[in-house]
Design a protein around this ligand. Sequence first.
Ligand SMILES: N[C@@H](CCC(=O)N[C@@H](CS)C(=O)NCC(=O)O)C(=O)O
Length: 250
Amino acid sequence: MNARLFIIPASHPAISAELMLEYKGIDYKRTDLLPVISKGVLKAVGFSGVTVPALKINGDKVQGSRQIARELERLQPQPPLFPADPERRAAVEEAERFGDEELQHPVRQILWWGIKRDHGPLRSYSEGAKIGMPLGLAMKTAAPIVALSARFNEANDENARKSLQALPAMLDRVDAWIESGVLNGEQLNAADFQIAPSLGLAMTLDDLRPAIENRPAGALAKRLVPNYPGQMPPVLPAEWLHPLAGSQRA
Ligand SMILES: N[C@@H](CCC(=O)N[C@@H](CS)C(=O)NCC(=O)O)C(=O)O
């Protein structure tokens, strides 16, 4: 198979796509893009949307982590990303939908809020990426990219705070899916690959890691993305973190 994946370093849905390609044993080449600039590049190479992950595979273009999951399953059914049993498949698809539509964006908004506040950690999220220029230089010119990304993702105070308030209930849902065997079973599935990177990215924030790492959701992230790139020292106002205080389950 001839596959090229377009990503932004440390993008959680892009890591979902990488994990699924690896799980399927499909060799691929990777093009690393800077946020914002990625939109123009994706258009230039013929994608209709402006987000990563974007995959060119055997001449076709597939965009979006869930669409990529289905295309990989179609092209190479083994090992499967979805259970054969219809009821179990429906449960996996619901967890996958939740990961994409409900969990991904709040984590993205919290991250960009933090990077907007302190550009310093940005470099750690790009470590090892090949963005076509030295990392040091890219970081010196990062201010407009950070400002635009924060604006594009509506990572303002109100939304960052709302995202933090929503996190405990979302972690409970992930734990419940793990306890009922929908997630983190012996046989991994598309929902595991969708959700674990969002948890992994959240755990790169020193402010959030304690609320996640010791619960089932944290175990899922450690299993699938033990070395998630990036690290952000404490940056969120203590008062905003109150909703997470009770969610450090052992
Ligand atoms: N829900 C979509 C989200 C894709 C998405 O929003 N990706 C972000 C990176 S995490 C992106 O490409 N943003 C454009 C930018 O940062 O300029 C998916 O799972 O594919």
